[in-house]
Design a protein around this ligand. Structure first.
Ligand SMILES: Nc1nc2c(ncn2[C@@H]2O[C@H](COP(=O)(O)OP(=O)(O)OP(=O)(O)O)[C@@H](O)[C@H]2O)c(=O)[nH]1
Ligand SMILES: [Zn+2]
Length: 362
Protein backbone atom coordinates (compact mmCIF):
# COMPACT_ATOMS: atom_id res chain seq x y z
CA UNK A 1 0.00 0.00 0.00
CA UNK A 2 1.71 3.18 -1.18
CA UNK A 3 0.25 5.29 1.62
CA UNK A 4 2.02 3.24 4.29
CA UNK A 5 5.50 4.32 5.46
CA UNK A 6 8.40 2.52 3.77
CA UNK A 7 11.42 1.32 5.71
CA UNK A 8 13.25 4.55 4.83
CA UNK A 9 10.30 6.55 6.17
CA UNK A 10 10.30 4.54 9.39
CA UNK A 11 14.03 5.10 9.77
CA UNK A 12 13.58 8.87 9.41
CA UNK A 13 10.71 8.73 11.88
CA UNK A 14 12.82 6.75 14.37
CA UNK A 15 15.55 9.42 14.28
CA UNK A 16 13.00 12.10 15.07
CA UNK A 17 11.45 9.92 17.82
CA UNK A 18 14.85 9.59 19.49
CA UNK A 19 15.43 13.33 19.25
CA UNK A 20 12.04 13.87 20.91
CA UNK A 21 12.96 11.48 23.73
CA UNK A 22 10.55 8.76 22.55
CA UNK A 23 11.54 5.09 22.62
CA UNK A 24 11.73 3.04 19.44
CA UNK A 25 11.28 -0.72 19.11
CA UNK A 26 14.16 -2.60 17.44
CA UNK A 27 13.61 -6.20 16.41
CA UNK A 28 15.40 -9.22 15.00
CA UNK A 29 14.09 -12.79 14.71
CA UNK A 30 13.31 -14.02 18.22
CA UNK A 31 14.44 -10.80 19.97
CA UNK A 32 13.31 -7.25 20.49
CA UNK A 33 14.39 -4.26 22.55
CA UNK A 34 13.17 -0.82 23.44
CA UNK A 35 15.77 1.90 22.80
CA UNK A 36 15.90 5.52 23.99
CA UNK A 37 18.51 8.24 23.53
CA UNK A 38 20.28 8.83 26.87
CA UNK A 39 20.55 12.54 26.20
CA UNK A 40 16.76 13.00 25.94
CA UNK A 41 15.83 10.81 28.91
CA UNK A 42 13.77 12.08 31.82
CA UNK A 43 13.14 10.52 35.24
CA UNK A 44 9.61 9.33 34.41
CA UNK A 45 10.78 7.49 31.28
CA UNK A 46 13.72 5.98 33.17
CA UNK A 47 11.32 4.63 35.81
CA UNK A 48 8.91 3.24 33.20
CA UNK A 49 11.76 1.59 31.33
CA UNK A 50 13.09 -0.06 34.49
CA UNK A 51 9.64 -1.47 35.24
CA UNK A 52 9.97 -3.46 31.98
CA UNK A 53 13.19 -5.25 32.92
CA UNK A 54 16.97 -4.82 33.19
CA UNK A 55 18.22 -1.73 31.32
CA UNK A 56 21.65 -1.35 29.72
CA UNK A 57 23.25 1.97 28.93
CA UNK A 58 24.88 1.29 25.57
CA UNK A 59 27.97 3.35 24.74
CA UNK A 60 30.58 3.26 22.02
CA UNK A 61 33.88 1.55 22.81
CA UNK A 62 35.48 5.02 22.58
CA UNK A 63 33.38 6.34 25.46
CA UNK A 64 33.74 3.09 27.42
CA UNK A 65 37.54 3.32 27.16
CA UNK A 66 37.49 6.81 28.69
CA UNK A 67 35.30 5.46 31.51
CA UNK A 68 37.57 2.42 31.96
CA UNK A 69 34.57 0.13 31.40
CA UNK A 70 35.07 -3.30 29.85
CA UNK A 71 34.22 -3.67 26.17
CA UNK A 72 32.95 -7.14 25.20
CA UNK A 73 31.16 -6.22 21.98
CA UNK A 74 33.90 -4.77 19.76
CA UNK A 75 32.84 -1.24 18.94
CA UNK A 76 30.22 -0.88 21.68
CA UNK A 77 29.80 -1.64 25.39
CA UNK A 78 26.63 -2.42 27.31
CA UNK A 79 26.89 -0.89 30.79
CA UNK A 80 24.46 -2.34 33.33
CA UNK A 81 22.53 0.41 35.10
CA UNK A 82 22.82 -0.19 38.87
CA UNK A 83 19.59 -0.47 40.89
CA UNK A 84 20.21 2.81 42.71
CA UNK A 85 21.30 4.84 39.66
CA UNK A 86 19.23 7.90 38.83
CA UNK A 87 18.89 10.18 35.81
CA UNK A 88 21.97 12.18 36.85
CA UNK A 89 24.04 8.97 36.85
CA UNK A 90 22.90 8.08 33.32
CA UNK A 91 23.69 11.56 32.07
CA UNK A 92 27.10 11.64 33.72
CA UNK A 93 28.09 8.33 32.12
CA UNK A 94 26.73 9.30 28.71
CA UNK A 95 28.06 12.87 28.60
CA UNK A 96 31.72 13.68 29.29
CA UNK A 97 31.00 17.32 30.20
CA UNK A 98 31.77 16.74 33.89
CA UNK A 99 34.35 13.95 33.55
CA UNK A 100 37.12 16.08 35.00
CA UNK A 101 35.06 17.24 38.00
CA UNK A 102 33.63 13.79 38.75
CA UNK A 103 36.03 11.26 37.24
CA UNK A 104 34.73 8.33 39.34
CA UNK A 105 31.42 7.06 37.97
CA UNK A 106 32.06 3.39 38.58
CA UNK A 107 32.74 0.70 39.17
CA UNK A 108 30.93 0.12 35.86
CA UNK A 109 29.79 -3.39 35.01
CA UNK A 110 29.55 -4.36 31.36
CA UNK A 111 27.04 -6.90 30.12
CA UNK A 112 28.54 -9.76 28.09
CA UNK A 113 25.48 -12.01 27.82
CA UNK A 114 23.58 -12.44 24.57
CA UNK A 115 23.74 -10.58 21.33
CA UNK A 116 24.54 -6.86 20.94
CA UNK A 117 23.32 -6.24 17.37
CA UNK A 118 20.21 -4.32 18.40
CA UNK A 119 22.29 -2.25 20.83
CA UNK A 120 24.65 -1.42 17.96
CA UNK A 121 21.68 -0.31 15.86
CA UNK A 122 20.54 1.95 18.73
CA UNK A 123 23.97 3.65 18.75
CA UNK A 124 23.98 4.12 14.96
CA UNK A 125 20.53 5.68 15.17
CA UNK A 126 21.59 8.07 17.94
CA UNK A 127 24.65 9.09 15.91
CA UNK A 128 22.64 9.66 12.77
CA UNK A 129 20.18 11.76 14.81
CA UNK A 130 23.20 13.87 15.89
CA UNK A 131 22.65 12.95 19.52
CA UNK A 132 25.28 11.72 21.97
CA UNK A 133 26.08 8.12 21.05
CA UNK A 134 24.53 6.68 24.20
CA UNK A 135 21.27 4.72 24.32
CA UNK A 136 19.20 3.01 27.00
CA UNK A 137 18.22 -0.43 25.83
CA UNK A 138 15.96 -2.97 27.50
CA UNK A 139 14.54 -6.29 26.29
CA UNK A 140 10.91 -6.39 25.20
CA UNK A 141 8.68 -9.48 25.20
CA UNK A 142 5.75 -8.73 22.90
CA UNK A 143 7.17 -6.06 20.57
CA UNK A 144 4.36 -5.83 18.01
CA UNK A 145 1.67 -5.56 20.67
CA UNK A 146 3.73 -3.15 22.81
CA UNK A 147 4.56 -0.91 19.84
CA UNK A 148 0.96 -0.78 18.72
CA UNK A 149 -0.49 -0.03 22.14
CA UNK A 150 2.13 2.71 22.78
CA UNK A 151 2.18 4.10 19.22
CA UNK A 152 5.91 3.43 18.77
CA UNK A 153 8.01 3.07 15.61
CA UNK A 154 9.29 -0.47 14.92
CA UNK A 155 12.54 -1.10 13.03
CA UNK A 156 13.47 -4.66 12.02
CA UNK A 157 17.29 -4.89 12.02
CA UNK A 158 17.59 -6.90 8.79
CA UNK A 159 15.54 -4.38 6.81
CA UNK A 160 17.13 -1.27 8.27
CA UNK A 161 20.81 -2.24 8.41
CA UNK A 162 21.49 -2.01 4.66
CA UNK A 163 19.81 1.42 4.60
CA UNK A 164 22.11 2.67 7.36
CA UNK A 165 25.25 1.50 5.53
CA UNK A 166 24.30 2.80 2.10
CA UNK A 167 24.49 6.48 1.35
CA UNK A 168 20.94 7.67 0.70
CA UNK A 169 20.22 8.58 -2.96
CA UNK A 170 20.15 12.35 -3.53
CA UNK A 171 17.80 14.18 -5.85
CA UNK A 172 18.08 17.67 -7.30
CA UNK A 173 15.35 19.92 -5.88
CA UNK A 174 15.97 23.40 -7.25
CA UNK A 175 18.72 25.51 -8.83
CA UNK A 176 19.05 29.20 -9.54
CA UNK A 177 21.54 31.86 -10.55
CA UNK A 178 23.47 33.32 -7.61
CA UNK A 179 25.87 36.19 -8.27
CA UNK A 180 28.49 36.27 -5.50
CA UNK A 181 31.43 38.41 -4.42
CA UNK A 182 33.78 35.75 -5.71
CA UNK A 183 32.05 35.29 -9.05
CA UNK A 184 29.02 36.84 -10.68
CA UNK A 185 28.45 33.69 -12.74
CA UNK A 186 27.35 31.53 -9.80
CA UNK A 187 24.58 28.96 -9.59
CA UNK A 188 23.31 27.24 -6.44
CA UNK A 189 21.90 23.69 -6.71
CA UNK A 190 20.06 21.99 -3.82
CA UNK A 191 20.09 18.20 -3.35
CA UNK A 192 17.73 16.32 -1.05
CA UNK A 193 18.40 12.81 0.27
CA UNK A 194 15.62 10.22 0.28
CA UNK A 195 16.16 9.40 3.95
CA UNK A 196 14.89 12.69 5.38
CA UNK A 197 18.46 13.75 6.28
CA UNK A 198 20.17 17.08 5.65
CA UNK A 199 20.07 18.68 2.22
CA UNK A 200 23.43 19.40 0.56
CA UNK A 201 24.39 22.14 -1.88
CA UNK A 202 26.53 22.55 -4.98
CA UNK A 203 27.78 26.01 -5.97
CA UNK A 204 28.71 25.97 -9.63
CA UNK A 205 30.88 28.80 -10.88
CA UNK A 206 30.93 29.55 -14.60
CA UNK A 207 29.97 26.64 -16.82
CA UNK A 208 32.78 24.09 -16.28
CA UNK A 209 33.57 21.64 -19.10
CA UNK A 210 32.09 18.25 -18.11
CA UNK A 211 34.81 16.44 -20.09
CA UNK A 212 37.78 17.96 -18.25
CA UNK A 213 38.86 17.84 -14.58
CA UNK A 214 36.92 20.55 -12.74
CA UNK A 215 38.40 22.66 -9.93
CA UNK A 216 36.38 21.28 -7.01
CA UNK A 217 36.11 21.62 -3.24
CA UNK A 218 34.23 19.40 -0.80
CA UNK A 219 33.47 21.74 2.05
CA UNK A 220 31.88 20.47 5.24
CA UNK A 221 29.57 22.86 7.04
CA UNK A 222 31.10 24.80 9.88
CA UNK A 223 28.61 27.29 11.31
CA UNK A 224 31.23 28.71 13.67
CA UNK A 225 33.88 29.19 10.98
CA UNK A 226 31.81 29.84 7.85
CA UNK A 227 29.26 32.22 9.40
CA UNK A 228 30.71 33.53 12.64
CA UNK A 229 34.33 33.84 11.52
CA UNK A 230 35.60 31.63 14.36
CA UNK A 231 39.37 31.68 14.75
CA UNK A 232 39.42 28.13 16.17
CA UNK A 233 39.50 26.51 12.72
CA UNK A 234 40.38 27.41 9.12
CA UNK A 235 36.94 26.72 7.56
CA UNK A 236 35.82 30.29 6.83
CA UNK A 237 39.01 31.32 5.01
CA UNK A 238 39.04 27.94 3.18
CA UNK A 239 35.46 28.46 2.00
CA UNK A 240 36.11 31.98 0.78
CA UNK A 241 39.57 31.06 -0.58
CA UNK A 242 38.14 28.20 -2.64
CA UNK A 243 35.34 30.36 -4.06
CA UNK A 244 37.85 33.14 -4.84
CA UNK A 245 40.12 30.71 -6.71
CA UNK A 246 37.17 29.36 -8.71
CA UNK A 247 36.08 32.94 -9.43
CA UNK A 248 39.58 33.86 -10.62
CA UNK A 249 39.74 30.80 -12.92
CA UNK A 250 36.17 31.45 -14.06
CA UNK A 251 35.13 27.85 -13.39
CA UNK A 252 34.66 25.47 -10.50
CA UNK A 253 32.26 23.62 -8.25
CA UNK A 254 32.09 23.85 -4.47
CA UNK A 255 30.04 21.24 -2.67
CA UNK A 256 28.70 22.50 0.64
CA UNK A 257 28.00 19.33 2.58
CA UNK A 258 25.85 19.75 5.68
CA UNK A 259 28.03 17.53 7.84
CA UNK A 260 28.65 20.01 10.62
CA UNK A 261 31.42 19.16 13.07
CA UNK A 262 32.89 16.40 10.89
CA UNK A 263 29.47 14.73 10.91
CA UNK A 264 28.59 14.92 14.63
CA UNK A 265 26.29 17.95 14.45
CA UNK A 266 26.67 21.41 15.94
CA UNK A 267 25.48 20.54 19.46
CA UNK A 268 28.04 17.74 19.73
CA UNK A 269 30.71 19.98 18.19
CA UNK A 270 30.06 22.50 20.96
CA UNK A 271 30.37 19.66 23.48
CA UNK A 272 33.72 18.90 21.83
CA UNK A 273 34.76 22.57 22.04
CA UNK A 274 33.87 22.56 25.72
CA UNK A 275 36.19 19.57 26.21
CA UNK A 276 38.85 21.41 24.20
CA UNK A 277 38.49 24.26 26.71
CA UNK A 278 39.38 21.65 29.34
CA UNK A 279 42.62 20.82 27.50
CA UNK A 280 41.74 17.97 25.11
CA UNK A 281 42.63 18.25 21.42
CA UNK A 282 40.11 18.01 18.57
CA UNK A 283 40.56 14.23 18.16
CA UNK A 284 40.59 13.41 21.89
CA UNK A 285 37.44 15.49 22.41
CA UNK A 286 35.56 13.48 19.74
CA UNK A 287 36.70 10.22 21.31
CA UNK A 288 35.68 11.23 24.83
CA UNK A 289 32.20 12.00 23.48
CA UNK A 290 32.11 8.52 21.98
CA UNK A 291 32.61 9.48 18.33
CA UNK A 292 35.32 8.57 15.84
CA UNK A 293 37.64 11.42 14.74
CA UNK A 294 35.64 11.88 11.57
CA UNK A 295 32.04 10.70 11.10
CA UNK A 296 31.51 12.22 7.65
CA UNK A 297 30.34 10.36 4.56
CA UNK A 298 32.32 11.71 1.61
CA UNK A 299 30.43 9.44 -0.81
CA UNK A 300 27.89 12.25 -0.90
CA UNK A 301 30.41 14.43 -2.70
CA UNK A 302 30.94 11.93 -5.53
CA UNK A 303 27.21 11.36 -5.85
CA UNK A 304 26.56 15.09 -6.35
CA UNK A 305 29.49 15.53 -8.75
CA UNK A 306 28.17 12.66 -10.86
CA UNK A 307 24.67 14.16 -10.86
CA UNK A 308 26.19 17.38 -12.16
CA UNK A 309 27.93 15.42 -14.93
CA UNK A 310 31.54 15.48 -13.63
CA UNK A 311 33.84 12.47 -13.52
CA UNK A 312 37.21 14.07 -12.82
CA UNK A 313 38.35 16.81 -10.41
CA UNK A 314 41.25 19.03 -9.43
CA UNK A 315 40.51 18.75 -5.74
CA UNK A 316 41.20 21.65 -3.40
CA UNK A 317 42.10 19.88 -0.15
CA UNK A 318 44.77 18.94 2.37
CA UNK A 319 42.85 15.85 3.48
CA UNK A 320 44.06 12.54 1.97
CA UNK A 321 40.81 10.79 3.02
CA UNK A 322 38.81 12.99 0.69
CA UNK A 323 41.09 12.03 -2.22
CA UNK A 324 40.85 8.32 -1.35
CA UNK A 325 37.08 8.49 -1.06
CA UNK A 326 36.68 10.29 -4.40
CA UNK A 327 38.82 7.70 -6.16
CA UNK A 328 37.01 4.79 -4.46
CA UNK A 329 33.63 6.09 -5.52
CA UNK A 330 34.41 6.66 -9.16
CA UNK A 331 35.60 10.28 -9.36
CA UNK A 332 39.14 10.64 -10.67
CA UNK A 333 41.35 13.08 -8.76
CA UNK A 334 43.51 14.39 -11.61
CA UNK A 335 45.33 16.79 -9.28
CA UNK A 336 45.37 17.81 -5.63
CA UNK A 337 45.36 21.57 -5.24
CA UNK A 338 46.57 22.59 -1.73
CA UNK A 339 44.37 25.00 0.21
CA UNK A 340 46.39 26.70 2.92
CA UNK A 341 44.70 29.78 4.27
CA UNK A 342 43.49 31.12 7.58
CA UNK A 343 46.15 30.02 10.04
CA UNK A 344 45.70 31.99 13.29
CA UNK A 345 47.22 31.95 16.75
CA UNK A 346 44.03 30.19 17.93
CA UNK A 347 43.97 27.36 15.37
CA UNK A 348 47.69 26.45 15.17
CA UNK A 349 47.23 23.56 17.61
CA UNK A 350 44.06 22.38 15.79
CA UNK A 351 45.86 22.35 12.42
CA UNK A 352 48.92 20.61 13.93
CA UNK A 353 46.64 17.94 15.48
CA UNK A 354 44.94 17.32 12.12
CA UNK A 355 48.37 16.88 10.53
CA UNK A 356 49.68 14.61 13.30
CA UNK A 357 46.58 12.49 13.95
CA UNK A 358 44.36 12.70 10.86
CA UNK A 359 47.06 12.64 8.18
CA UNK A 360 46.42 16.13 6.81
CA UNK A 361 49.07 17.34 4.41
CA UNK A 362 50.96 20.41 5.56
N1 LIG B 1 34.14 17.56 15.76
C1 LIG B 1 34.81 18.67 15.44
N2 LIG B 1 34.61 19.21 14.21
C2 LIG B 1 35.31 20.30 13.88
C3 LIG B 1 36.22 20.92 14.76
N3 LIG B 1 36.74 22.00 14.11
C4 LIG B 1 36.17 22.04 12.90
N4 LIG B 1 35.31 21.02 12.75
C5 LIG B 1 34.54 20.60 11.58
O1 LIG B 1 35.49 20.06 10.67
C6 LIG B 1 34.99 20.15 9.35
C7 LIG B 1 36.11 20.77 8.48
O2 LIG B 1 35.86 20.38 7.26
P1 LIG B 1 36.71 20.61 5.94
O3 LIG B 1 36.89 22.06 5.71
O4 LIG B 1 36.03 19.81 4.89
O5 LIG B 1 38.13 20.10 6.26
P2 LIG B 1 39.14 18.97 6.31
O6 LIG B 1 38.66 17.59 6.57
O7 LIG B 1 40.10 19.52 7.30
O8 LIG B 1 39.84 18.92 4.90
P3 LIG B 1 40.44 20.03 3.96
O9 LIG B 1 40.03 21.36 4.49
O10 LIG B 1 39.86 19.70 2.63
O11 LIG B 1 41.90 19.84 3.98
C8 LIG B 1 33.73 20.99 9.43
O12 LIG B 1 32.59 20.12 9.41
C9 LIG B 1 33.84 21.66 10.81
O13 LIG B 1 32.58 21.95 11.39
C10 LIG B 1 36.41 20.32 16.04
O14 LIG B 1 37.22 20.75 16.84
N5 LIG B 1 35.69 19.21 16.32
ZN1 LIG C 1 35.49 25.15 11.11
Amino acid sequence: MSLMPSMIDLLARARVDLRMGLPVVLTQPGRAVLALAAEQLDSARLADLRALGPVDLTLTARRAETLKARVYDGDIARIMIPADADLAWVQAVADPADDLNTPMKGPLQSNREGDADLHRLAISLAKSAHLLPAALVCPLDHPAQFAQSHGLTVLPLAAVEPLMVESSPLHPVAAARLPMDAAEAGRLHIYRPEDGGEEHYAIEIGRPDRNAPVLARLHSACFTGDVLGSLKCDCGPQLRGALAQMGAEGNGVLLYLNQEGRGIGLANKMRAYSLQDQGFDTVEANHRLGFEDDERDFRLGSAILKKLGFSSVRLLTNNPNKIRMMENTGIKVAERVPLKVGETAFNQHYLATKAAKSGHML
